[in-house]
Design a protein around this ligand. Sequence first.
Ligand SMILES: C[S@@+](CC[C@H](N)C(=O)[O-])C[C@H]1O[C@@H](n2cnc3c(N)ncnc32)[C@H](O)[C@@H]1O
Length: 216
Amino acid sequence: MTHTQPTKLDAAHFDSKARQWDDNPVFRERGLKIADAIRKAVPLRRHMNALDYGCGTGLLSFPLKDELGAILMADSSGGMLEVVNEKIAALGVSNMATLQLDLLADPPPSKKFDLIVTAMTLHHVPDTDHILHIFHDLLKPGGYLCIADLDQEDGSFHGIEVDVHHGFDQADLGRRAAQAGFADLQFQTVFSIAKDHATGPRDYPVFLMTARRAGA
Ligand SMILES: C[S@@+](CC[C@H](N)C(=O)[O-])C[C@H]1O[C@@H](n2cnc3c(N)ncnc32)[C@H](O)[C@@H]1O
């Protein structure tokens, strides 16, 4: 019997995708829809200090940049961050900085945040409980966490051979977030990604979870 090795989508994979990332209209629309939902769910303020974790090319945070204070754009892919840096320079943005970071491997930033946003990244992070605890520690008391990701699916989104989480069951993620110290948990569906398969078209809903670190 032959076994196929699981495919890892590592930083080199995302480096190779970075230059074409913004050409995809679905990615652009997804970022805008998630940003809209965050805007409605969280009272954004110009003094809020934010972290976009797994920022990619910044499709989520560029639309929010005028409603927030300093935004740290963090990603494990240097290629993605190169694109973000070019966009920062081209647009003359003064409140964004980039940091190559894998929170499961690198020391966390020393400053604390009012808001952490992360879009379509959690399913690439192997240890969900660990990253939720790190997010909790990185937030100020009362700070907001916004996670956008796929609802639980059967592995067909990336292909069954790809080693990622197959989306998330909302109730299970909510329990894990509560265990990590988050309160005021809310889920909503903010987007849906259509993909064609041999068996026909299929929709993959994207949820937004918003939560707060207790102790405001
Ligand atoms: C599907 S892309 C989403 C990018 C962007 N947030 C968006 O919505 O367009 C996932 C991003 O997460 C990054 N990523 C994957 N694993 C990561 C990790 N452990 N730490 C930081 N970033 C990671 C990838 O480099 C990639 O940029």
